[in-house]
Design a protein around this ligand. Structure first.
Ligand SMILES: [Zn+2]
Length: 239
């Protein structure tokens, strides 16, 4: 099981006022599945989560990971992406915050993201099959949150025969220490949306005007590239 972050970039821009790095993580691993699907461990295929898979995606967006056929790894077309929330360490009003982020992204993506309950599960870094865990933690608990990182998001994937694959689980963990700067403090919903977009399958954008930019420089809404990327994920899921 692998959780990867871009530590170099994170530390190098720690002193940049008004900006931060939102680090995404690809969580990949082997999960138990139906016999019809041949499992393979995707750890070695993990890509740089900051930039997405090199050469993947389109104008203003990247895919976090693609299959052997070049399609993005994402969720099934017709199944809801179920989310459970661990309220430990959560800010006041967290339920509304998560609900709003989930609604925004469901509308924007066409996927149905759905909060199905709360949990005491804090296993952020070793996700397999199951609902997407959303929670809050500090760097002592989740080391990848060290530095000016607002949060981490990613999915676990099931690899199928012929190089196909689909997401089967995942997580979002938001840094309770708010060392992501103004973005964490004033735009917690945008942080959640950014991390949930990683869960759906997009990597970071090199375009600073996109919400999926690794360094947030004031973008709080999904941009054109973000929306195009989400549409591409949806098309891949439903084609
Ligand atoms: Zn990110």
């Amino acid at each position: 099981m692998t959780s990867r972050t871009e530590r170099g970039r994170g530390s190098s821009c720690g002193g940049v006022l008004g900006t931060l790095v939102v680090v995404g993580a690809v969580i990949v691993g082997t999960v138990v599945a139906s016999p019809a699907l041949q499992l393979s461990d995707l750890r070695d295929a993990a890509v740089d989560p900051l930039h997405g898979e090199p050469g993947s995606g389109g104008e203003g967006y990247t895919f976090l990971q693609t299959t052997g056929s070049g399609a993005p790894l994402t969720w099934p077309c017709d199944e809801p992406v179920e989310i459970v929330v661990n309220p430990e360490g959560a800010p006041e009003g967290y339920a509304d915050l998560v609900a709003s982020a989930v609604d925004r992204l469901s509308t924007a993506s066409g996927f149905t993201l759905e909060v199905v309950g709360e949990t005491d599960d804090r296993n952020f870094e070793d996700r397999g099959y199951g609902p997407v865990l959303v929670g809050w933690a500090d760097e002592e608990e989740v080391s990848a949150l060290a530095g000016p990182v607002a949060g981490i998001g990613g999915s676990s994937y099931l690899a199928g025969p012929g190089g196909g694959g689909r997401a089967v689980g995942g997580m979002v963990v938001v840094d309770t220490e708010e060392n992501g700067g103004w973005f964490s403090r004033t735009e917690p919903e945008a942080v959640l949306v950014h991390e949930l977009v990683h869960v759906l399958g997009l990597g970071h954008s090199e375009d600073p005007t996109q919400l999926m930019a690794a360094r947030n420089e004031g973008q709080v809404e999904l941009g054109e590239g973000d929306l195009a990327g989400l549409a591409a994920l949806r098309e891949a899921a439903c084609s």
